[in-house]
Design a protein. Structure first.
Length: 404
């Protein structure tokens, strides 16, 4: 496969009054620091080695350094058959990373005393008889939903669900239609007495949040987070044609009867709208790294929400790796650079991960335009550590051994 590489780095200022990242125009941008140039070169060389060894179509990396300076590097192509070089501006579906915006919405409403996270979810469904068909409906709380402690099963694991998704690509899903795939199913455990990752939790949660907010999740997220923080490259994946979405390559989801490419003439082969509050966004690594730093440092909005965000419970190691903990859309892992707060995501044709290394104030995000990472030899969260370690070494932070 022909290898194409692109690398950019630019400064983003952090406005002290608002916490807003403001990317500077190329013509007026401050000179890049020597350390940013060195980090860029080393990361590009590492990306090229990965690409040559693994033969994936393309990948995009972004790092936000202490103080806000940014590095963005890409390698590979949009499509091995006649595609162009991948660029940092190319958007990809971010999968379950979208849960972080939904969790931020819940925490924002709670910070304004509009929502009690320990309220029973049932209190918001008095007029919906179907709610009583969910396992544990009488006792799971909003906090249980946020931390995947409700015991609800994953609706996406029902084989009949994806049959409909593939057979009816223009279908627009209502939340209760998604939940119907787990109606009358026994819970995995009693609410609060276990942990099991399930998008189902965030579908139930999303219904509650929209009722409380009086507007759609997408409107709320745009108004309170994306717009104020200048995250202009993060958009809803609520339709089959998504602006700026680069071609995705289907590998892990091939068994569902999908073609090799996620887009045909710019139109997604299924309707990604079904993800909604379980994912539901398209982004770039630069926006993801910026968002990770804002959210996980406690700077996404005014209010003291950080303690709730990092109040995590042990996660299943088979799902998130040994020692991982889960707060409200906050996966906490230990690394050679200390604690990492972040989230991962996969969607048909794409894979993403983002993390903020709290002890060194480095945020990293990585995206691939394929939904399978087996060929690269390491899960994406480990790659974040590898690239963060390069940045830390060049910044002269305490010596670490990269997770290689």
């Amino acid at each position: 496969m022909l290898i194409h590489t692109t690398a950019i780095a630019h400064v983003a200022l952090l406005a002290s009054a608002t916490g807003l990242f403001v990317p500077q125009d190329e013509a007026t941008a401050a000179p890049r620091s020597d350390v940013a140039v060195r980090i860029e070169r080393r990361c590009l060389a590492e990306m090229e080695k990965l690409h040559a060894r693994a033969s994936f179509p393309g990948a995009s990396l972004a790092i936000v350094l202490p103080g806000g300076e940014e590095v963005a590097v890409t390698v590979g192509v949009t499509d091995p058959d006649g595609g162009r070089a991948l660029t940092p501006a190319d958007r990809m579906l971010s999968g379950s990373i979208g849960k972080t915006y939904v969790a931020a919405m819940a925490l924002h409403l709670a910070s304004q005393d509009k929502l009690d996270l320990d309220a029973k979810a049932r209190d918001f469904f008095a007029d919906e008889d179907w709610f009583q068909l969910l396992a544990g409906w009488e006792s799971f709380t909003l906090r249980h939903l946020l931390r995947h402690q409700s015991g609800l099963k994953r609706y996406v694991f029902d084989p009949e669900f994806f049959k409909v998704v593939v057979a009816e690509p223009d279908k627009v899903w209502e939340p209760d239609e998604l939940l119907a795939y787990v109606f009358d199913h026994e819970g995995l455990f009693a609410p609060g007495e276990g942990w099991a990752y399930a998008d189902t939790n965030y579908i139930v949660l999303g219904i509650v949040l929209e009722k409380v907010a009086g507007q759609s999740m997408y409107e709320y997220v745009a108004e309170h987070f994306l717009g104020p923080k200048g995250l202009v490259d993060t958009v809803p994946s609520d339709q089959r044609r998504i602006p700026g979405l680069v071609q995705g390559h289907v590998r892990a989801f091939k068994g569902l009867g999908l073609p090799d490419r996620a887009l045909v003439d710019g139109v997604f082969v299924i309707n990604p709208q079904f993800e909604w509050c379980g994912g539901g966004f398209c982004s770039t690594p630069l926006d993801l790294a910026r968002w990770a730093r804002l959210l996980y440092s406690g700077s996404a909005f005014e209010g003291d929400y950080l303690d709730t965000l990092i109040d995590a419970v042990p996660a299943n190691p088979r799902s998130l790796g040994p020692g991982a903990r889960y707060g409200p859309a906050c996966i906490i892992r230990d690394s050679a650079l200390g604690e990492v707060r972040g989230h991962d995501g996969v969607m048909v044709g794409y894979q993403s991960a983002m993390g903020w290394f709290s002890e060194v104030d480095i945020a990293v995000a990585f995206q691939m335009n394929t939904d399978q990472d087996r060929k690269i030899g390491a899960p994406l969260p480990r790659l974040l550590v590898r690239f963060a370690s390069i940045a830390a070494e060049e910044l002269g932070l305490p010596a670490v051994e990269g997770d290689r």
